[in-house]
Design a protein around this ligand. Sequence first.
Ligand SMILES: Nc1ncnc2c1ncn2[C@@H]1O[C@H](COP(=O)(O)OP(=O)(O)OP(=O)(O)O)[C@@H](O)[C@H]1O
Ligand SMILES: [Mg+2]
Length: 255
Amino acid sequence: MVPVLELQDVSFSYQTATGAVPAVDTLSLTIRHGEFVSIVGPSGCGKSTVLRLMAGFLRPQAGAVVDQGTLVTAPDWRRGLVFQQPELYPWLTVEGNVAFGPRMRGLTNAERRDRVQHYLELVQLWDFRHKRPYELSGGMQQRVALARALVNEPHILLMDEPFGALDALTREHMQDELHSIHERTGCTAVLVTHSVEEAVYLSSRCVALTHRPAQIRADIPINLSSSLSKNAGREIKACPEFVSLRETVMDHIWD
Ligand SMILES: Nc1ncnc2c1ncn2[C@@H]1O[C@H](COP(=O)(O)OP(=O)(O)OP(=O)(O)O)[C@@H](O)[C@H]1O
Ligand SMILES: [Mg+2]
């Protein structure tokens, strides 16, 4: 099966007034259908740069980013994006924000209505569809951002610290919600996160990067036993199997 997304020996440097800043160095990574891959690493190591390369916002100076066999040269709605700040359109309602992409793509009114309802229900915001972003909490706004990405039914969802601006309790709640959305939709996802616990909880694979310029330091499969993954988030995170995996990933970041 063709991989959903592939980084092939990708290198990228930012060009600044004081010279080139190498951020990614000959990095290769393959994301397969249905995987949930987390990217962790020290601050400033190049995680966001890797995600922007995957999205097509940046073009590598060497190597290639390939989306289902096609070279990535620009952003595309088929790669859904969620950032740390929800960045919603403040003049549009919740419904208007989620409908924006499908409208731009020319979906019919009926198709658009059905999809928007489906994804707003998925993030439990259908009852808030007539509100404007400023009337919502941070967690709710981030759920709108998630619905706005999912409504296009992207073949890959790219997220950069999507819960980084939330308080600890809301963050845990959002992790549970993302976990259940992933189980229900089976979407392929890449998550950049500072939280190793979040990475182990949500992913099927965790990729640890080196200090800048980013290279892959470790690629760790996260296979929690199936009996464990039936438990709720709080319980899983306290299990010895979970704690041991978290420590393994942590060792790759701190050594
Ligand atoms: N626009 C830019 N111009 C110049 N240098 C940049 C730019 N953006 C990032 N960098 C440099 O590239 C390196 C990688 O940045 P990046 O944002 O990818 O790191 P990160 O791993 O996402 O960091 P954090 O964990 O703090 O979000 C950083 O060390 C930074 O100095
Ligand atoms: Mg970053």
